[in-house]
Design a protein around this ligand. Structure first.
Ligand SMILES: *Cc1c(COP(=O)(O)O)cnc(C)c1O
Length: 432
């Protein structure tokens, strides 16, 4: 399989190169040159399978040309070692719970798969490969936990000192092994700048192999197609369903649309935003205007220029009339989100996190207009990850799951770092 750049369809690379590079050399995003379509028999077989079994079938369809079957099966089973259950919340309304992985958010799926694929492709390299990741909280923990103990890879997580919650900090500073946390005296923007400068520094790049693990890597977004199939396969055969997706950088949504191209029998996707509604505006008006993001309580959706949106435009040949055939836009203010969390809990007993709450409400509204359809909303994080905002609204304690609580008692280890590039460069050069 080849992967072309969204900036130039003539520019193509193989899977290995595309995964190691992350971003195409012309700064476009990689897309598969053809999307495999599954047979109806294959789809039928998925009823009754768990996520890992479905993932093995789909990764074979997507990556089977490039990786021997037994290796691919091992990579997939190691990465996808938890399930994504569909939980009935109300009549014809289901939550797809994507938070049963190690860091309790859906990013575990993509991060774990990318880590193992990258480990596989670089296994014969003499030198270690160094993954640099700047985080404002959640990405760092998913990436660090995803890469934990993967041979030949060393991860350096940069985070703003005092700028993440205590629990988030514990999730990437207590792992040890091949993961190092760098506590930067500065802002998240400083962390991002340090990483960018390292990638541009010729001397460093000649001495060591540096790569990034951010969400534009194709091996992070494509595996997210797995759980759309898993959700559908848990419904009664013949159910007509739609998906409601709380979106920020639109990796999750792109994966859903790819699943549809692969034959998932679903037409409509709800594109759900918070105050940062550039995509909702685009769907309404046909004009895409990126703008700086505004902070909200659903902060993983605080994106003013969604990096994967170009992939969606590419899928639909940049034609607005084609995009709106499949995507319906919704957006909610913080005040509305608080109200939704409270009402969902009162009506159904289900506790939504602020991101899932937006998708819950969009699904409800859409279903009112379209009776007879079944709504599936993506619950992208465990409500305990956002317990401050959730508890305040439902006036009840949210239990911290065991595997999250376990982090609290471990010992934090971090390397203190100033915001100047010189110190970071010296640190990295010492690792080579
Ligand atoms: C990252 C994230 C999102 C947004 O997903 P995208 O793929 O960037 O659109 C939504 N909810 C949570 C909890 C997240 O961590």
């Amino acid at each position: 399989m080849h992967y072309y750049s969204t900036s130039n369809r003539e520019l193509r690379n193989g899977l290995k190169e595309a995964v190691i590079k992350g971003l195409a050399p012309d700064r476009g995003l990689y897309m598969p040159s053809s999307i495999p379509v599954l047979s109806r028999l294959t789809l039928k077989r998925m009823h009754g399978m768990n996520l890992s079994e479905i993932a093995v079938i789909l990764s074979q369809a997507l990556f089977g040309e490039d990786i021997p079957e037994t290796d691919l099966k091992k990579i997939t089973e190691e990465a996808i070692n938890f399930d994504t259950p569909l939980v009935q919340v109300d009549e014809s309304l289901y939550a797809l719970e994507l938070f049963h992985g190690p860091t309790l958010a859906f990013k575990d799926v993509g991060a774990r798969f990318l880590a193992r694929l990258l480990g596989y492709f670089t296994r014969e390299m003499e030198e270690d490969i160094h993954v640099l990741v700047a985080t404002s909280g959640d990405t760092g923990s998913a990436v660090a936990n995803g890469f934990l103990d993967v041979d030949g890879i060393r991860v350096h997580v940069l985070y703003p000192s005092g700028g993440v919650t205590a629990l988030q900090e514990k999730q990437f500073t207590t792992l040890g092994s091949n993961i190092t946390a760098l506590e930067v005296k500065g802002s998240f923007d400083d962390c991002q700048r340090l990483v960018k400068e390292a990638f541009m520094d010729e001397e460093l790049n000649s001495r060591m192999k540096l790569t990034s693990a951010n969400s534009i890597n194709l091996a992070r977004f494509l595996p997210q197609a797995f759980y759309y199939f898993r959700a559908w396969a848990q419904l009664e055969p013949g159910t007509r369903a739609f998906f409601s997706v709380p979106s920020g950088n639109y990796g999750n949504m792109t994966a859903g649309l790819v699943a549809r191209e692969m034959g998932l029998p679903v037409d409509t996707f709800l594109s759900v935003n918070n105050l940062n509604d550039v995509v909702a505006s685009y769907l309404r008006t046909g004009s895409f205007q990126a703008r700086p993001s505004t902070p909200t309580i659903a902060n993983a959706m605080d994106v003013g220029d969604p990096s994967n949106f170009v992939r969606i435009l590419d899928l639909f040949d940049h034609k607005h009339e084609r995009v709106i055939k499949h995507l319906e836009g919704f957006s909610y203010t913080d005040q509305e989100i608080r109200g939704i969390i409270a009402e969902a809990y009162r009506k159904t007993g289900y506790i939504c996190d602020p991101h899932g709450a937006t998708a819950y409400q969009a699904a409800r509204s859409y279903r009112e207009e379209h009776p007879g359809l079944t709504g599936i909303f993506l619950e992208t994080a465990h409500p305990a990850k956002f317990r401050e905002s959730v508890e305040e609204v439902i006036a009840k304690t949210v239990e911290l799951p065991e595997r999250l609580a376990a982090f609290s008692s471990r010992e934090k280890k971090s390397v203190a770092m100033g915001p100047e590039f010189k110190a970071f460069k010296t640190y990295l050069a010492d690792q080579a």
